[in-house]
Structures are given as C-alpha cells and as structure tokens.
Design a protein around this ligand. Structure first.
Ligand code: GLP
Length: 250
C-alpha cells in the first residue's frame, strides 16, 4: 500500500522518517538500512544525527547498503555517494564505517560487483527500511525511464536530464557529471520490507503525481512503489501540488 503524507517542511519529513528508522532499530536485532543520496534524504540524516547525539537512538548495531554510485569516481572523491554517506551519516552518528557497503564505482568487473552486491544484501537478511528520493523524471536510485520493473543491481547510462539535475554537485558543470553509474534495480529496491520516499519542491510534483496516480510502468520507475506492501511518500505541499485531493496531512 502506498501512503502519502503531506508534511509542513523537510524537517517534519525528517522527523517522521527518523521515527520509522527508530522503530526498525528498536524492533530488529541487527537492523539493515538502505541509504539514499541526493539532497532529499538530508533532513532524515540530520534527524538521525540529532537523535544519536541526544542518545535517544543508536546505530551502532546497524548495517547499511547504499542505493547507487557513480561509475568512475573513487570512493574518496567527495562527490561519490560513498563519500556523501560517510559525511552525512557515518561522520555524524555511531553507524560504524565498516558496516556500510556501497557499490564500487571503480570496480574492474562491474557485473561481478553487481552480483556480489545482490548477494551481500541477501546474506545480510535483506534491507529492512530503504530511504529513497526521486528524480524529476521519476527515477529511483539511478533507475532511469525504461528500467524494467524486474531489474536487479546493474550498470546504467545516466539520462541527460539526470546529469543536468545533478550538475549542482559538480560545480554546476554537467561535463563533470559521470555518464554512467551502478544502481540497485527496481526489483532489488522493492524487496526492502519498508520504503520511505522523500520529495520536496515543485520540480518533483509531476513525478509524485505519477507515483500516486499514474499506472505502473517503466516510463515512470517510481510508479513501481504502488506494488510495494509498505511504502510511504513524505512530500511537501509543492511536491504534492498536482495530486488530486492533496489535502492529507500527518
Ligand atoms: C540522484 C540519485 C537519486 C535521487 C535523485 C534526486 O539521481 N541517484 O537517488 O533520488 O538524485 O536527488 P535530489 O534529492 O537531490 O533531488
């Protein structure tokens, strides 16, 4: 079931997502989280840092898998997703760095890396809660338009619009944005037992409309969330503005 919660602010979404993480951490002995990058999850990571700081939450027993990674960036490159999670989460909470597994953007054999990644997730018992953002074109992870709904972790070519959207993390220079990536597949993402997707701002409104009201199709990968038994969209009013009857609030 897809739940839509219209929040007052990104901070509000961060608190609700923080509650969801805390519930998992309280319930499961060795919790496994799926962590996303891009700016939308930042309020969640701010909230986790705040809770760890005031000792109301500990991620010391938690393991984490990243959603995706640019190909060709070293993990030490500050623009790699690995580096972002180390900065935003590991550096500000008690999540052990050794408990974070990301896709290796410099793997010599990318197909072997993707297979090994799927195995690692399975061996960890699967992902309990996956945090997600969404691209303006409806991509999740880096599953661009046309990604099969049964896709698994694999290399992908980035869409021109995604590179343009993400150029802000590369000094505004689209030429610096890698052309390829590794990403968990849509089927991989849907296997997480709970999904929490955050979207803020008018630029996400069409993707959110498709996610909720569109028919499930590869054209808008985010529509796959309709097939998940426990998925929540945390969206601000602007991102919810194209939804019919967009008046449900938390
Ligand atoms: C990238 C990431 C996605 C993310 C998207 C949106 O493409 N691979 O996981 O959802 O950007 O980013 P933002 O949240 O910054 O809008």
């Amino acid at each position: 079931m897809l739940r839509v919660v219209v929040v007052d602010s990104p901070e509000h979404a961060g608190r609700l997502a923080g509650d969801a993480v805390a519930a998992v951490v309280g319930r499961v002995q060795r919790p496994v989280l799926g962590l996303a990058t891009g700016s939308s999850p930042w309020p969640v990571y701010d909230e986790l840092a705040r809770r760890v700081d005031d000792s109301s939450l500990s991620l010391a027993q938690t393991r984490a898998f990243l959603l995706d990674e640019y190909l060709g960036l070293a993990s030490e490159d500050p623009r790699s997703y690995r580096a972002e999670i180390e900065r935003e989460v590991v550096g500000r909470t008690d999540l052990p760095i050794a408990a974070v597994r990301g896709l290796d953007g410099e793997a010599a054999d990318v197909d072997a890396e993707c297979r090994a990644y799927e195995r690692s997730i399975r061996d960890a018992g699967g992902i309990e809660l996956q945090v997600l953002g969404v691209g303006t074109d409806g991509h999740i992870g880096f599953n661009e338009t046309g990604s099969p709904l049964d896709s698994r972790t694999r290399p992908m070519e980035l869409a021109a619009r995604t590179r343009q959207d993400n150029a802000r993390f590369f000094d505004g220079d689209v030429e610096q944005v890698p052309t390829h990536c590794l990403t968990q597949g849509i089927a991989t993402i849907l296997e997480a037992r709970e999904l929490v997707l955050l979207a803020f701002g008018q630029s996400k409104a069409e993707a959110i409309r498709q996610a909720v009201e569109g028919s499930v199709s590869e054209r808008w990968p985010v529509t796959a969330l309709q097939r998940h038994p426990n998925a929540t969209l945390l969206v601000d009013r602007a991102a919810a503005s194209l939804l019919e009857g967009a008046d449900s609030t938390a």
